[in-house]
Design a protein around this ligand. Structure first.
Ligand SMILES: Cc1cc2nc3c(=O)[nH]c(=O)nc-3n(C[C@H](O)[C@H](O)[C@H](O)COP(=O)(O)OP(=O)(O)OC[C@H]3O[C@@H](n4cnc5c(N)ncnc54)[C@H](O)[C@@H]3O)c2cc1C
Length: 453
């Protein structure tokens, strides 16, 4: 009889000891996984030590390194978010009620602009409804193009934007902004989220000479009074979450998740909120279609003395910047509670998040991140947003925005392949779709309730 070597036998026994059998398990304790765990009571396996995924807050004392998970007793810390400002848009009534119960939230009216720094020009978002902010010649050209451009068929995001907004606005804003936002992909990927840039001919005409009402999917938004963590923690309290459980491999044939710490879970069925591309890699399922692309985002959280030209906006879309970022948001313009307690009343500080996109997974080195961080803060100082720096803290989000090649069938094939192995994918990254927190919670609740033992 063939004998197992002692070292291997020991490893096997250890692995067997760490094997848990569950009829159903949930992977990922972000908003989607927590909502699924809350509705089903099923165990949630989360890689990190805290719930919420990229929708969670942390705290930094001015001038001191080291993230704090909870606000210090004296309140003397900036509240930042892992994934940059996360504002809660839309949402079904039931989901909103649950959110308000778990973490009471306040409603805000969006203030947002496009900022052309070379001209020091702020144009309210969406800029097609505010053409009066531009010079006469630009305005008439853009107006005629939007209203008369022929609507032919299009394949790529670049074609769709040019046809919708015309060459003048595309050259000035939509093109350079999407070049940064999609890390250069906009000329080859399929159009996405047309509802984010709506065209209403009546408002476009009116906005060329007069003010127009706010438009779009995010004219108002909610934010929890006690910070975004309050929502994640509220959901987590009703869940059986196992922290520090990073899935490293999934044996789809033997229905086993192997975690980085060597423990395993044998499941009959799995609900996964992990990104679709990572699930295909981890399960080693073979697909004929090439994977759809994604972009990563480096979020830079910054706090300091407020500059004199700091605008009142909640966030700005930036079509060009020397450092390469495309969006700048102002936590403290949404709510002063993001600032250290002693800085709230004099309102002499500002807290900012800055987003820069990279081709999927191409993480810069620590030196490059340091150089980029320095360049960003200097640029914001030049723009008059910040005087002195008190906090500067980067976070890398590997799968941040998901895209599709024109006509791609990869997403459907990937979801079907996993479904055939009893792995249900749910949430923004798992289903490779654009959606916010409220819809992610809705989908988690729905899948959780449907799978309740
Ligand atoms: C830059 C940016 C800004 C955004 N701004 C907004 C906004 O303002 N408003 C809004 O509503 N939405 C916003 N979103 C979208 C929002 O972040 C998502 O809707 C939400 O995070 C989806 O939650 P999720 O649980 O599906 O995913 P995630 O938050 O990504 O959660 C996945 C969880 O899985 C865990 N995990 C990952 N790998 C493993 C593994 N191998 N094993 C175990 N666990 C693992 C992660 O740690 C994480 O907790 C933004 C997204 C980005 C990228």
């Amino acid at each position: 009889m063939k004998r197992t070597p002692p070292a291997r036998r020991r490893a096997q026994t250890a692995a067997q000891r760490g094997t848990r059998r569950v009829p159903l398990a949930i992977l990922g304790g972000g908003m989607t996984g927590l909502a699924a765990g809350w509705a089903s009571g099923l165990p949630v396996f989360e890689a990190e030590a805290a719930p919420g995924g990229i929708c969670s807050s942390y705290y930094l004392r001015p001038g001191k390194p080291g993230r704090l998970n909870h606000p210090p007793r004296d309140g003397e810390a900036y509240r930042f978010e892992i994934g940059g400002g996360h504002w809660i848009f839309g949402g079904d009534t039931g989901v909103l009620r649950l959110m308000q119960r778990l973490a009471p939230a306040k409603k805000y009216e969006r203030i947002s602009s496009v900022f052309f720094h070379e001209q020091n020009l702020y144009v309210p978002y969406p800029l097609q409804n505010h053409l009066r902010c531009f010079g006469r010649e630009f305005r008439s050209k853009a107006l005629v193009e939007i209203l008369t451009s022929p609507k032919a068929s299009f394949k790529t995001m670049a074609e769709w934007l040019t046809q919708s907004f015309g060459p003048t606005l595309t050259t000035a804003f939509f093109g350079p902004f999407h070049e940064l936002y999609t890390a250069g992909l906009w000329k080859s990927i399929a159009p996405q989220d047309p509802y984010k840039s709506p065209i209403d001919a009546g408002l476009v005409i009116r906005g060329a000479s007069d003010s127009t009402p706010p438009m779009g999917y995010n004219t108002t938004f909610l934010y929890p009074l006690a910070g975004l963590n309050a929502l994640a923690q509220g959901l987590a309290r009703g869940c059986d979450v196992h922290y520090g459980k990073r899935a490293a491999r999934i044996d789809a044939n033997n229905q086993t998740v192997v975690f980085q710490d060597g423990s395993q879970v044998k499941f009959e069925s799995l609900i996964s909120t992990l990104p679709l591309n990572r699930m295909i890699e981890m399960t080693e399922l073979k697909l004929e279609e090439p994977p759809d692309p994604y972009t990563s985002v480096l979020v830079l959280n910054i706090g300091g003395v407020r500059g004199e030209r700091c605008p009142p906006d909640h966030w700005l879309y930036v079509p060009s910047s020397r450092a390469g970022f495309h969006r700048v948001g102002f936590y403290s313009n949404v709510d002063a509670s993001f600032l250290p307690r002693s800085a709230r009343e004099p309102a002499n500080r500002v807290s900012i998040y800055v987003e820069r996109a990279y081709p999927g997974g191409q993480k810069p080195s620590p030196e490059e991140i340091r150089d980029y961080s320095g360049a960003t803060w200097r640029e914001l100082q030049q723009w008059g947003y910040l005087k002195d720096l008190e906090a500067l803290d980067p976070t890398w989000i590997d799968v941040a925005y998901t895209w599709s090649w024109p006509g791609s069938k990869w997403r459907g094939a990937a979801l079907r392949a996993l479904e055939s192995r009893d792995i249900q994918m749910v949430g923004r990254y798992a289903r490779w779709t654009f959606q916010g927190i409220a819809d992610s919670i809705r989908d988690g609740l729905y899948v959780g309730a449907a799978n309740r033992p």
